[in-house]
Structure formats: structure tokens, C-alpha cells
Design a protein around this ligand. Sequence first.
Ligand code: FES
Ligand SMILES: [Fe+2]
Length: 397
Amino acid sequence: MTTETPPDAEGTDLAYRNDRIRRALDHIRNDSTDEFDGINGFTASEFIDPDVARHERDLVFGRVPSIVCHGSEIPKPNDFMTLQLPRNNVIIVRQKDGSVKTFVNLCRHRGAMLEEQEKGRCRLFSCGYHRWSYDIDGSLRAITRDNTFGEIDRTKFGLVELPTEERHGFVWVVDDAEADIDVAAWLGKEMDDILAGYGMEKLVSAQSEGFDEPVNWKIMQDAFLDGYHIQYAHPNTAAKHIHTNVMAVEDFGRHARFIAPRKTIDKYLEEPPAADEDLSKYVTETHFLLPNSTLLRQPDHFELLTFRPHPTDPGRCRMEMRLVVPTVEDSGWDEERWNRVWEKNWKILLAVLHQEDFPLLRSSQIGMNSANAGGMLLGRNEVVNQIFHRELKKLAQ
Ligand code: FES
Ligand SMILES: [Fe+2]
């Protein structure tokens, strides 16, 4: 495992990347992997205790930025989407000046939910109960029958705004109206530079879907940082393409990145590749963005997985998955081919999730509810899971 800073500050430097890929290749030869300092124990309470869950909502999601969507999902002014965050039900809406704002999805009159649709486009938000309306910048525009309602200072009854920033193509929100947001500071120089090097603001979300699962969000997040389960849980799918329990990890102290070699790299086990050969097509590179995202960099696209706690129940969460890809124009393909390729990709991902990962994770949650679950372990090989739990403890205590 290494903690050194990427030399090019862009994450794309060929020699540096190849060094990490060669490290993974050595691991395959030696039947080894990068290792964490020690084995760590944990208990089931982390996944079922309502107090732990409340601390996480308030001290993690109420304080630090996490990704809510890709900017291309609300491309034009007046485009909006609604979402249940751990602490607030929200509307995320593109403004006239191109920026993005997030509001609590609640009418300031008597608290009706303002927008019921998941996605849409509108010039104002109008409440279904007594028809108060709000501009997309959140200001209270009209009080119906205001001659009989009475005098109030309208500037005090606009929609409540949450700190929001668009960076590296994604929209980030801190789920607390009183908080500040600084995504670059949160990412730290290494990860901010790495993400900047990918140019994801030029990409689009070709597919996205949310899954409400009866599983704690950390059980879900852990599964998508785990290179140890592949051969056992995915013998006929992922394990055909990706090595099990082999990772070259960079620990940036909060976020992390790791290389997992594909089996196509095996042709270099005997005869090492030429020094200047680009080896990127032989690996998947995964980024863990604290607190709740896994960003996979594939040779020609990205996959973003996010895991959000349920607002009240420790045993539930929402996972969202997105395929973030070059636009039709940049792909050089016609629209029909573009659709076909990404739909096919999407279906493969969905099948693995629904048939292989979700059943295992649901049964983990059932297991965690046992009164005498006993202590459990994270091994030295589970490096990024260890980083996730180490960093989460710092935030939530
Ligand atoms: S609750 Fe929205 S107008 Fe009354
Ligand atoms: Fe899996």
C-alpha cells in the first residue's frame, strides 16, 4: 500500500499508473495483495443501532459533501429532480445562471411536500395544498388570497436551501442547511486533482437507477470496495474477468483509489510488458469517495455507485447506480449504437446486482439482527473497507 502523491496531479500519468499496475501484476505472481496494518474487529450494532444511524446522518451526511447526481441529469435551467437524503427530502434544481441549488422539499405554509415528481422541468414550484408558489431560486412568489391571509415578511418564507456545489461533473450536497460546502477541500489535493484529470463534466449519465434495499448502507458500501468476494459470490460473472483478492491501493488519508487487475493482464505474467505500453485496459480502477461513493473507472466510461442511509431505519438504504459516459458526439458512434452499447452494459450490471450481490447483502442484514451476533472481522486484505471504517469512525464519533 502506498500513500505517496500522484506525480502528475492529474491521475493520468502513464508511468505512474503503470507502476501501480505492475504492482498488481506482482501480486498475481506472488498470490499476494496490498495489506492494511492490522485486522480489526467490529460488531453488529454498527448496522442496526438507531443511535449509531442517527449519529451518521447528523455527523457525517449533515457535515460533509456527498454526490447526489451527475450534472447532465438536470442539464437546463428549470430542470429538477427530487430525492430523499438522510436528513432532508430535497428538490435539486438548475438555476437560470447555470448553477444548481438544493431546497428542502416542503412548503413553508403548512409543510406539504412541494414537488412529488421524481424528475421534471418547471418555471415555479406550486404547492398542491393552498397553491402558494415559489420561484426556482427558492423565493416565495405568491400567497393565494393574500388579502385574507395576513401580513408576513415573504423574504423569511422562501424554500430552505442546502449547501450545494457542482464539481467534476457531479452535484454535491451537504445535508444540513446550516453547513458550508467546499468540495475541493473535502476531496483533498490528491483526489481533487485525480477527478479533475478525468474531465467528467464533459460526460453524461447514460443510465441511472435507485434501489431501496432492506440493508444498512455500510453493508452495501462495503460490498463495492471488496475484491475478496468476487470468486465466491460472482463465479460465473465478474470472476471470469477480474482477479480475486488482488489490489494495489493508494490511501489518501480520507479517500482511496485501487487497481484491480483483469484476467486479460495474465498474458504478462511470464513476459513483462514493454515499459511504455499503456496497461490501463487490463485493469479496473476504483475510487472510494468518503463517505458513500464508489467511482469505477473503466477503459471507456465510469460507473458511480452511491449508498445513502434511510432517514429513520438503520436497516434500510438507497443505492444509486449511474453509467457516466462520453456523449453521442464525442463517442464517434451513431445514436443507435450508443444506446445499444450502454443498454447492454447496464443490463449486465443490473443482473449481477440483483441476482448476486443484493441477495447476499440482504441476508447479511438479517444476520446482523441476531441478538448474539458475536464479534466479526475485517482482514488485512480488505484494505479499502478498513479505510472506509477508519475514516467513518473519525467523522461519526
Ligand atoms: S401547505 Fe403549501 S400552500 Fe398551504
Ligand atoms: Fe459483488
